[in-house]
Write a protein that binds this ligand. Structure first.
Ligand code: HEC
Length: 87
């Protein structure tokens, strides 16, 4: 009987931990375009300013850089919007 209570208590603690962990990972995807750009686009090269390319060119460049930087569709969308807003 006591043993069962312990198992149930442990399971509840683990479940609570999982719920908290999933909230944290949601926050990571809440990063802004500016933040995602500064964390990812300077890793391999100096990133040119947003004014260096037109909005259409940024679409093409970021489609390509998404593969290189291993970013999600949501992340690259935010970065592209950030680059395009700078013009
Ligand atoms: C994993 C390394 C890597 C990451 C991360 C990366 N790039 Fe690149 N980038 C490259 C390489 C390599 C090239 C050269 C072209 C090619 O071979 O793809 C390049 C080329 C470019 C160019 C063209 C430069 C020119 O003068 O024509 C631009 C603009 C660019 N990257 C922007 C970005 C942006 C914006 C990000 C962030 C979303 C990014 N890059 C992330 C590797 C990377």
């Amino acid at each position: 009987m006591k043993r069962n209570t312990l198992i149930i208590a442990t399971a509840m603690i683990l479940t609570t931990g999982l719920v908290i962990a999933s909230c944290v990972s949601t926050k990571v995807t809440d990063k802004s375009g500016t933040q995602l750009w500064s964390e990812n686009c300077q890793r391999c090269h100096n990133s040119p300013p947003s004014s260096a390319f037109t909005n259409t060119q940024w679409e093409v460049i970021n489609t390509h850089m998404r593969q290189r930087a291993m970013l999600t569709e949501d992340e690259i969308k935010k970065i592209t919007e950030f680059m395009q807003a700078g013009d």
